[in-house]
Design a protein around this ligand. Structure first.
Ligand SMILES: C[S@@+](CC[C@H](N)C(=O)[O-])C[C@H]1O[C@@H](n2cnc3c(N)ncnc32)[C@H](O)[C@@H]1O
Length: 412
Protein backbone atom coordinates (compact mmCIF):
# COMPACT_ATOMS: atom_id res chain seq x y z
CA UNK A 1 0.00 0.00 0.00
CA UNK A 2 1.35 3.45 -0.89
CA UNK A 3 2.22 5.51 2.21
CA UNK A 4 -0.28 8.20 3.08
CA UNK A 5 1.08 11.73 2.89
CA UNK A 6 1.00 14.11 5.80
CA UNK A 7 0.29 17.12 3.61
CA UNK A 8 -3.22 18.12 4.52
CA UNK A 9 -5.70 18.67 1.76
CA UNK A 10 -7.96 21.62 2.54
CA UNK A 11 -7.60 24.03 5.42
CA UNK A 12 -7.15 22.25 8.75
CA UNK A 13 -10.35 22.26 10.83
CA UNK A 14 -8.76 24.45 13.52
CA UNK A 15 -8.41 27.34 11.07
CA UNK A 16 -11.90 27.16 9.72
CA UNK A 17 -13.33 28.93 12.79
CA UNK A 18 -11.55 32.11 11.70
CA UNK A 19 -14.06 34.53 10.20
CA UNK A 20 -13.76 34.82 6.46
CA UNK A 21 -12.42 38.22 5.36
CA UNK A 22 -13.81 39.03 1.96
CA UNK A 23 -10.97 41.29 0.88
CA UNK A 24 -8.06 39.40 -0.55
CA UNK A 25 -4.86 40.69 -2.08
CA UNK A 26 -2.20 39.43 -4.42
CA UNK A 27 0.97 38.04 -2.83
CA UNK A 28 4.26 36.58 -3.93
CA UNK A 29 5.99 33.98 -1.76
CA UNK A 30 9.75 33.82 -2.38
CA UNK A 31 10.81 30.17 -2.19
CA UNK A 32 14.02 28.21 -2.82
CA UNK A 33 14.72 27.35 -6.42
CA UNK A 34 13.58 23.79 -7.13
CA UNK A 35 10.85 23.85 -4.49
CA UNK A 36 8.27 25.95 -6.34
CA UNK A 37 5.80 23.09 -6.90
CA UNK A 38 6.12 21.80 -3.33
CA UNK A 39 5.69 25.32 -1.96
CA UNK A 40 2.62 25.90 -4.14
CA UNK A 41 1.05 22.69 -2.79
CA UNK A 42 1.85 23.74 0.78
CA UNK A 43 0.43 27.25 0.37
CA UNK A 44 -2.74 25.98 -1.32
CA UNK A 45 -3.24 23.46 1.50
CA UNK A 46 -3.10 26.37 3.95
CA UNK A 47 -5.91 28.18 2.16
CA UNK A 48 -4.14 30.40 -0.38
CA UNK A 49 -6.14 30.99 -3.57
CA UNK A 50 -5.11 31.36 -7.22
CA UNK A 51 -1.81 29.64 -6.44
CA UNK A 52 0.69 29.61 -9.31
CA UNK A 53 4.28 28.39 -9.15
CA UNK A 54 6.75 30.80 -10.77
CA UNK A 55 10.56 30.84 -10.87
CA UNK A 56 11.83 30.94 -7.26
CA UNK A 57 8.42 32.21 -6.24
CA UNK A 58 4.76 31.33 -5.93
CA UNK A 59 1.97 33.78 -6.82
CA UNK A 60 -1.16 33.56 -4.69
CA UNK A 61 -4.08 35.47 -3.26
CA UNK A 62 -4.85 35.64 0.43
CA UNK A 63 -7.13 37.47 2.78
CA UNK A 64 -5.73 38.79 6.03
CA UNK A 65 -6.49 35.60 7.99
CA UNK A 66 -4.79 33.47 5.35
CA UNK A 67 -1.83 35.88 5.16
CA UNK A 68 -1.29 35.47 8.91
CA UNK A 69 -1.72 31.69 8.62
CA UNK A 70 0.86 31.41 5.86
CA UNK A 71 3.39 33.25 8.04
CA UNK A 72 2.63 31.00 11.00
CA UNK A 73 2.48 27.66 9.24
CA UNK A 74 4.21 27.65 5.86
CA UNK A 75 7.58 25.90 6.06
CA UNK A 76 8.96 26.54 2.59
CA UNK A 77 8.92 30.30 1.86
CA UNK A 78 11.67 32.77 2.66
CA UNK A 79 9.18 35.62 2.73
CA UNK A 80 5.71 36.57 1.58
CA UNK A 81 5.19 39.89 -0.18
CA UNK A 82 1.80 41.59 -0.17
CA UNK A 83 1.22 43.58 -3.34
CA UNK A 84 0.29 47.24 -2.87
CA UNK A 85 0.31 48.29 -6.53
CA UNK A 86 1.38 47.27 -9.98
CA UNK A 87 2.04 49.99 -12.56
CA UNK A 88 3.80 50.51 -15.91
CA UNK A 89 7.41 51.58 -15.48
CA UNK A 90 9.51 52.59 -18.48
CA UNK A 91 11.58 55.30 -16.82
CA UNK A 92 12.77 56.83 -13.57
CA UNK A 93 9.89 59.32 -13.78
CA UNK A 94 7.32 56.51 -14.12
CA UNK A 95 8.73 54.90 -11.01
CA UNK A 96 8.65 58.14 -9.01
CA UNK A 97 5.04 58.95 -9.99
CA UNK A 98 3.85 55.34 -9.70
CA UNK A 99 5.22 54.98 -6.16
CA UNK A 100 3.53 58.19 -4.98
CA UNK A 101 0.18 56.87 -6.26
CA UNK A 102 0.73 53.26 -5.20
CA UNK A 103 -1.01 53.39 -1.83
CA UNK A 104 -2.78 55.55 0.71
CA UNK A 105 0.51 56.74 2.18
CA UNK A 106 -1.30 58.87 4.72
CA UNK A 107 -2.33 55.59 6.28
CA UNK A 108 0.69 53.40 5.52
CA UNK A 109 3.56 55.82 6.00
CA UNK A 110 3.09 58.61 8.55
CA UNK A 111 6.36 60.41 9.34
CA UNK A 112 6.96 58.51 12.61
CA UNK A 113 7.08 55.21 10.65
CA UNK A 114 10.62 54.05 9.92
CA UNK A 115 10.97 52.21 6.63
CA UNK A 116 13.32 50.48 4.24
CA UNK A 117 13.12 49.68 0.55
CA UNK A 118 14.58 46.66 -1.24
CA UNK A 119 14.56 46.31 -4.98
CA UNK A 120 14.99 43.54 -7.55
CA UNK A 121 14.94 43.50 -11.35
CA UNK A 122 15.48 46.24 -13.91
CA UNK A 123 13.52 48.65 -16.12
CA UNK A 124 14.61 51.20 -18.74
CA UNK A 125 16.82 53.76 -16.96
CA UNK A 126 16.72 51.68 -13.77
CA UNK A 127 19.43 49.07 -14.08
CA UNK A 128 20.84 49.22 -10.52
CA UNK A 129 18.71 47.85 -7.71
CA UNK A 130 20.28 50.15 -5.15
CA UNK A 131 19.49 53.18 -7.29
CA UNK A 132 15.88 52.01 -7.89
CA UNK A 133 15.38 51.55 -4.13
CA UNK A 134 16.71 55.10 -3.56
CA UNK A 135 14.27 56.42 -6.14
CA UNK A 136 11.37 54.79 -4.26
CA UNK A 137 12.64 56.27 -1.01
CA UNK A 138 12.89 59.74 -2.60
CA UNK A 139 9.37 59.53 -4.01
CA UNK A 140 8.02 58.62 -0.59
CA UNK A 141 9.87 61.19 1.52
CA UNK A 142 9.04 63.93 -1.03
CA UNK A 143 5.38 62.94 -0.77
CA UNK A 144 5.60 63.07 3.02
CA UNK A 145 7.25 66.50 3.07
CA UNK A 146 4.50 67.86 0.82
CA UNK A 147 1.78 66.47 3.10
CA UNK A 148 3.25 66.84 6.56
CA UNK A 149 6.32 69.02 6.18
CA UNK A 150 8.40 66.21 7.68
CA UNK A 151 9.59 62.80 6.62
CA UNK A 152 10.22 59.27 7.94
CA UNK A 153 13.66 58.01 8.67
CA UNK A 154 15.10 55.03 6.91
CA UNK A 155 15.90 52.06 9.17
CA UNK A 156 17.65 49.17 7.47
CA UNK A 157 17.85 46.98 10.60
CA UNK A 158 14.43 47.17 12.19
CA UNK A 159 11.97 49.07 10.00
CA UNK A 160 8.26 49.45 10.82
CA UNK A 161 7.50 49.02 7.13
CA UNK A 162 9.65 47.00 4.72
CA UNK A 163 8.84 47.84 1.11
CA UNK A 164 9.86 45.74 -1.84
CA UNK A 165 10.04 46.90 -5.44
CA UNK A 166 10.20 44.46 -8.32
CA UNK A 167 10.93 45.77 -11.81
CA UNK A 168 10.54 43.73 -14.97
CA UNK A 169 8.74 43.58 -18.31
CA UNK A 170 8.36 47.40 -18.30
CA UNK A 171 6.26 47.16 -15.15
CA UNK A 172 6.77 47.69 -11.42
CA UNK A 173 5.27 45.90 -8.46
CA UNK A 174 5.47 47.61 -5.09
CA UNK A 175 4.86 45.30 -2.13
CA UNK A 176 5.11 45.05 1.63
CA UNK A 177 7.28 42.36 3.15
CA UNK A 178 5.30 40.71 5.93
CA UNK A 179 8.12 38.64 7.37
CA UNK A 180 10.27 41.04 9.39
CA UNK A 181 13.30 38.82 8.78
CA UNK A 182 13.54 35.73 6.59
CA UNK A 183 11.03 33.01 7.48
CA UNK A 184 13.72 30.34 7.31
CA UNK A 185 14.89 31.58 10.72
CA UNK A 186 12.72 29.49 12.98
CA UNK A 187 14.62 30.49 16.11
CA UNK A 188 15.69 26.98 17.18
CA UNK A 189 19.11 27.03 15.61
CA UNK A 190 21.48 28.95 17.82
CA UNK A 191 24.00 26.23 16.96
CA UNK A 192 24.82 26.00 13.27
CA UNK A 193 27.10 22.96 12.74
CA UNK A 194 29.21 22.76 9.60
CA UNK A 195 27.57 24.04 6.39
CA UNK A 196 24.00 23.74 7.63
CA UNK A 197 21.02 23.75 5.32
CA UNK A 198 18.55 26.62 5.64
CA UNK A 199 15.52 25.44 7.56
CA UNK A 200 13.00 26.10 4.76
CA UNK A 201 15.19 24.29 2.24
CA UNK A 202 15.48 21.31 4.59
CA UNK A 203 11.69 21.28 5.05
CA UNK A 204 11.24 21.32 1.28
CA UNK A 205 13.72 18.49 0.75
CA UNK A 206 11.86 16.36 3.27
CA UNK A 207 8.54 17.21 1.58
CA UNK A 208 9.97 15.99 -1.75
CA UNK A 209 10.73 12.57 -0.25
CA UNK A 210 7.02 12.03 0.46
CA UNK A 211 7.90 10.84 3.99
CA UNK A 212 4.68 10.66 5.96
CA UNK A 213 5.98 9.99 9.47
CA UNK A 214 4.83 6.38 9.51
CA UNK A 215 8.16 4.83 8.43
CA UNK A 216 11.61 5.48 9.93
CA UNK A 217 13.60 8.48 8.78
CA UNK A 218 17.38 8.55 9.18
CA UNK A 219 20.20 10.98 8.43
CA UNK A 220 23.58 9.24 8.86
CA UNK A 221 25.52 12.54 8.39
CA UNK A 222 23.11 14.76 10.25
CA UNK A 223 25.28 17.77 11.10
CA UNK A 224 23.21 20.21 13.15
CA UNK A 225 20.13 18.07 12.50
CA UNK A 226 18.15 20.44 10.28
CA UNK A 227 16.58 17.79 8.01
CA UNK A 228 15.48 15.69 10.98
CA UNK A 229 14.21 18.64 13.03
CA UNK A 230 12.18 20.00 10.13
CA UNK A 231 10.77 16.52 9.50
CA UNK A 232 9.78 16.05 13.15
CA UNK A 233 8.22 19.52 13.42
CA UNK A 234 6.20 18.88 10.29
CA UNK A 235 5.06 15.40 11.30
CA UNK A 236 4.03 16.64 14.75
CA UNK A 237 2.28 19.75 13.53
CA UNK A 238 4.61 22.28 15.12
CA UNK A 239 4.03 25.51 13.20
CA UNK A 240 7.34 27.23 12.43
CA UNK A 241 6.09 30.77 13.13
CA UNK A 242 4.30 30.49 16.47
CA UNK A 243 7.32 31.59 18.49
CA UNK A 244 8.40 34.64 16.51
CA UNK A 245 7.20 38.09 15.58
CA UNK A 246 6.46 39.40 12.09
CA UNK A 247 6.72 42.67 10.23
CA UNK A 248 2.96 42.86 9.61
CA UNK A 249 2.33 43.21 13.36
CA UNK A 250 3.36 46.87 12.90
CA UNK A 251 1.15 47.55 9.89
CA UNK A 252 -1.78 49.95 10.27
CA UNK A 253 -4.30 47.26 9.28
CA UNK A 254 -2.93 44.71 11.78
CA UNK A 255 -5.89 42.88 13.33
CA UNK A 256 -4.77 41.57 16.75
CA UNK A 257 -7.93 39.50 17.31
CA UNK A 258 -7.68 37.77 13.97
CA UNK A 259 -3.97 37.22 14.57
CA UNK A 260 -4.67 35.60 17.94
CA UNK A 261 -7.31 33.34 16.40
CA UNK A 262 -4.88 32.17 13.74
CA UNK A 263 -2.10 31.72 16.27
CA UNK A 264 -4.33 29.69 18.59
CA UNK A 265 -5.44 27.55 15.65
CA UNK A 266 -1.79 26.93 14.72
CA UNK A 267 -0.93 26.03 18.31
CA UNK A 268 -3.86 23.62 18.45
CA UNK A 269 -2.27 21.58 15.64
CA UNK A 270 0.88 21.03 17.70
CA UNK A 271 1.20 17.43 18.84
CA UNK A 272 4.73 17.80 20.21
CA UNK A 273 3.45 18.10 23.79
CA UNK A 274 4.92 20.73 26.06
CA UNK A 275 6.55 18.21 28.38
CA UNK A 276 9.42 16.24 26.97
CA UNK A 277 8.83 13.71 29.77
CA UNK A 278 5.32 13.05 28.45
CA UNK A 279 6.67 12.16 25.05
CA UNK A 280 5.03 8.76 24.89
CA UNK A 281 1.89 10.28 23.39
CA UNK A 282 3.52 11.66 20.27
CA UNK A 283 1.48 10.84 17.23
CA UNK A 284 0.69 11.87 13.70
CA UNK A 285 -2.36 13.89 12.69
CA UNK A 286 -4.30 10.70 12.06
CA UNK A 287 -3.36 9.16 15.43
CA UNK A 288 -0.77 6.69 14.13
CA UNK A 289 2.48 6.64 16.12
CA UNK A 290 5.40 8.61 14.77
CA UNK A 291 8.09 6.25 13.45
CA UNK A 292 11.71 6.54 14.68
CA UNK A 293 13.71 9.53 13.49
CA UNK A 294 17.44 8.92 13.90
CA UNK A 295 20.65 10.79 13.17
CA UNK A 296 24.37 10.05 13.24
CA UNK A 297 27.19 12.59 13.26
CA UNK A 298 30.91 11.99 13.58
CA UNK A 299 31.94 15.32 15.12
CA UNK A 300 31.19 15.41 18.87
CA UNK A 301 30.83 19.20 18.97
CA UNK A 302 28.45 19.19 16.00
CA UNK A 303 26.42 16.38 17.56
CA UNK A 304 26.03 18.50 20.71
CA UNK A 305 24.81 21.37 18.56
CA UNK A 306 22.28 19.08 16.91
CA UNK A 307 21.04 18.01 20.34
CA UNK A 308 20.64 21.56 21.57
CA UNK A 309 18.81 22.49 18.33
CA UNK A 310 16.41 19.56 18.85
CA UNK A 311 15.78 20.78 22.40
CA UNK A 312 15.20 24.34 21.25
CA UNK A 313 12.79 23.15 18.55
CA UNK A 314 10.88 21.11 21.15
CA UNK A 315 11.36 17.83 19.30
CA UNK A 316 14.26 16.28 21.23
CA UNK A 317 12.01 13.43 22.34
CA UNK A 318 11.23 12.48 18.76
CA UNK A 319 14.79 12.36 17.43
CA UNK A 320 17.46 9.91 18.47
CA UNK A 321 20.96 11.23 17.84
CA UNK A 322 24.20 9.27 18.08
CA UNK A 323 27.89 9.95 17.72
CA UNK A 324 29.45 7.83 14.99
CA UNK A 325 30.74 7.30 11.50
CA UNK A 326 28.14 6.80 8.77
CA UNK A 327 30.07 3.69 7.71
CA UNK A 328 28.93 2.08 10.97
CA UNK A 329 25.29 3.16 10.63
CA UNK A 330 22.80 0.52 11.73
CA UNK A 331 19.34 1.40 10.44
CA UNK A 332 16.32 0.90 12.66
CA UNK A 333 13.94 -1.86 11.50
CA UNK A 334 12.64 -0.62 8.17
CA UNK A 335 12.25 -0.09 5.38
CA UNK A 336 12.30 3.67 5.69
CA UNK A 337 13.80 6.78 4.20
CA UNK A 338 17.42 7.91 4.42
CA UNK A 339 18.14 11.59 3.86
CA UNK A 340 21.55 13.19 3.85
CA UNK A 341 23.62 16.13 2.80
CA UNK A 342 27.20 14.82 2.89
CA UNK A 343 30.05 17.29 2.43
CA UNK A 344 30.63 17.90 -1.29
CA UNK A 345 33.81 19.86 -1.49
CA UNK A 346 32.54 23.39 -2.09
CA UNK A 347 32.85 24.19 1.55
CA UNK A 348 34.02 21.15 3.49
CA UNK A 349 36.42 18.26 2.94
CA UNK A 350 39.04 17.22 0.44
CA UNK A 351 38.17 15.55 -2.89
CA UNK A 352 40.01 12.23 -2.36
CA UNK A 353 38.72 11.75 1.14
CA UNK A 354 35.27 12.67 -0.05
CA UNK A 355 35.36 10.15 -2.89
CA UNK A 356 36.24 7.48 -0.38
CA UNK A 357 33.43 8.67 1.89
CA UNK A 358 30.85 8.49 -0.93
CA UNK A 359 32.10 5.06 -2.02
CA UNK A 360 31.81 3.77 1.56
CA UNK A 361 28.40 5.39 2.01
CA UNK A 362 27.19 3.66 -1.17
CA UNK A 363 28.55 0.31 0.02
CA UNK A 364 26.98 0.76 3.46
CA UNK A 365 23.47 1.54 2.21
CA UNK A 366 23.55 -1.28 -0.35
CA UNK A 367 24.59 -3.72 2.33
CA UNK A 368 22.37 -2.64 5.23
CA UNK A 369 19.43 -0.63 3.91
CA UNK A 370 17.77 -3.00 1.49
CA UNK A 371 14.22 -1.84 0.71
CA UNK A 372 14.94 1.72 1.91
CA UNK A 373 14.94 4.84 -0.23
CA UNK A 374 17.94 7.16 -0.08
CA UNK A 375 17.69 10.89 -0.85
CA UNK A 376 21.04 12.63 -1.07
CA UNK A 377 21.78 16.30 -1.71
CA UNK A 378 24.83 16.61 -3.90
CA UNK A 379 26.65 19.59 -5.29
CA UNK A 380 29.25 17.49 -7.04
CA UNK A 381 28.39 14.86 -9.69
CA UNK A 382 31.91 13.33 -9.52
CA UNK A 383 31.36 12.48 -5.90
CA UNK A 384 27.91 11.01 -6.44
CA UNK A 385 29.48 8.83 -9.17
CA UNK A 386 31.57 7.26 -6.39
CA UNK A 387 28.36 5.95 -4.78
CA UNK A 388 28.09 3.53 -7.73
CA UNK A 389 24.32 3.75 -7.72
CA UNK A 390 21.81 4.94 -10.28
CA UNK A 391 19.46 7.74 -9.26
CA UNK A 392 15.79 7.24 -10.10
CA UNK A 393 15.04 10.96 -9.69
CA UNK A 394 17.15 14.14 -9.81
CA UNK A 395 15.62 17.37 -8.57
CA UNK A 396 17.68 20.53 -9.25
CA UNK A 397 18.01 22.54 -6.03
CA UNK A 398 19.88 25.74 -5.31
CA UNK A 399 21.58 25.48 -1.92
CA UNK A 400 22.98 28.87 -0.93
CA UNK A 401 24.08 29.65 -4.51
CA UNK A 402 25.44 26.16 -5.20
CA UNK A 403 23.73 24.22 -7.99
CA UNK A 404 22.80 20.92 -6.36
CA UNK A 405 20.71 17.83 -7.06
CA UNK A 406 18.38 16.11 -4.61
CA UNK A 407 18.95 12.57 -5.77
CA UNK A 408 16.67 9.63 -5.13
CA UNK A 409 18.00 6.06 -4.99
CA UNK A 410 15.85 2.97 -4.50
CA UNK A 411 17.82 0.38 -2.54
CA UNK A 412 16.91 -3.13 -3.59
C1 LIG B 1 27.10 19.33 5.02
S1 LIG B 1 27.09 18.84 6.66
C2 LIG B 1 25.41 18.39 6.97
C3 LIG B 1 24.63 19.58 7.38
C4 LIG B 1 23.27 19.24 7.89
N1 LIG B 1 22.39 18.75 6.83
C5 LIG B 1 22.70 20.46 8.58
O1 LIG B 1 21.79 21.08 8.04
O2 LIG B 1 23.24 20.82 9.61
C6 LIG B 1 27.84 17.26 6.60
C7 LIG B 1 28.03 16.66 7.96
O3 LIG B 1 28.52 15.34 7.79
C8 LIG B 1 29.41 15.07 8.85
N2 LIG B 1 30.25 13.94 8.43
C9 LIG B 1 31.29 13.96 7.54
N3 LIG B 1 31.80 12.72 7.41
C10 LIG B 1 31.06 11.91 8.21
C11 LIG B 1 31.08 10.53 8.49
N4 LIG B 1 31.99 9.72 7.93
N5 LIG B 1 30.17 10.02 9.34
C12 LIG B 1 29.25 10.82 9.94
N6 LIG B 1 29.18 12.15 9.73
C13 LIG B 1 30.08 12.69 8.87
C14 LIG B 1 30.15 16.38 9.03
O4 LIG B 1 30.76 16.45 10.31
C15 LIG B 1 29.04 17.40 8.81
O5 LIG B 1 28.46 17.76 10.05
Amino acid sequence: MAPRRLVQVGIPEQFQAAPARAESFACIAAVPSGLEESAAAELAALGAQAVRPLRRAVALEADLACFYRLHLCARLPFRILRQLARFPCRSRQDLYAGVQQAADWQRWLPPETRFRVDSTGTAPGLSHSHYSALEVKNALVDWQRQHWGERSSVDLEDPDLALHLHLGGEGAVLSLDGSGGSLHRRGYRAAMGLAPLKENLAAGLVALTGWDGSVPLADPLCGSGTLLIEAACWALGRAPGVGRSFGFERWPDFDPLLWQQERQAALALDRCGQEQAAWEGRSLADGRPLAPIVGLEQEPAVLEQAKSNCQAAGVAGAIELQLGDCRDFQPPPGPGILVCNPPYGERLGQKDELEALYADLGAMVKQRCSGWTLWLLSGNPELTGALRMKASRRVPINNGGIDCRWLKYELR
